[in-house]
Design a protein around this ligand. Structure first.
Ligand SMILES: [Zn+2]
Length: 158
């Protein structure tokens, strides 16, 4: 049972003063990952708990099996393939591996953003992809983003 953030965290200082971590995590992931290491204790805790609940995201699209929602996405030649995703069932993942060929398969989790830390542009593309796959619009409020990330979890205010 992990701690679930109860409300968005708005930055109090720096270049992104007034921005919510919840919004930045998709549009400027590198900033949030940096703050998780160099921010205040409270901010680090908030970001850590976001990443923890973000290990289990409720996505909108269904896998091609038609039974489960997607849990994996693919990148081929640097492009995110919106039409090549799968759930976590072994059969479906195997089929995805066949279809993607030399491309890569990644889990649909917030922590996947960490895998792209050496390519900020790609990391931001993955961030926007994750936001889209959760059904969040470009202008979604931090509160709405937080409720999507935390899904059906009961909220303990932190
Ligand atoms: Zn499936």
């Amino acid at each position: 049972m992990c701690e679930v953030p109860g409300k968005p965290f708005f930055l109090q200082e720096g270049k992104y003063k007034g921005h919510a971590v919840e919004t930045l995590i998709f549009h400027n992931p590198a900033v949030v990952i940096g703050l998780s290491k160099n921010g205040s204790k409270e901010l680090s805790r908030h970001i850590d708990s976001l990443f923890k609940v973000g290990e289990n995201l409720s996505t909108l699209p269904f896998c091609f099996c038609g039974e489960h929602r997607v849990k994996n996405f693919t990148i081929k030649d640097g492009l995110i393939c919106y039409d090549l995703m799968s759930c976590d069932q072994t059969n479906c993942v195997d089929e995805l591996i066949q279809k993607i060929g030399h491309g890569g398969i990644y889990p649909i989790k917030l922590s996947t953003l960490n895998l792209f830390r050496n390519d900020v542009k790609q990391q931001e593309k993955v961030g926007v992809f994750l936001k889209n796959i959760l059904g969040l619009s470009r202008n979604a409020s931090p509160e709405m983003i937080l409720s999507k990330i935390t899904g059906g979890h009961s909220v303990n205010l932190v």
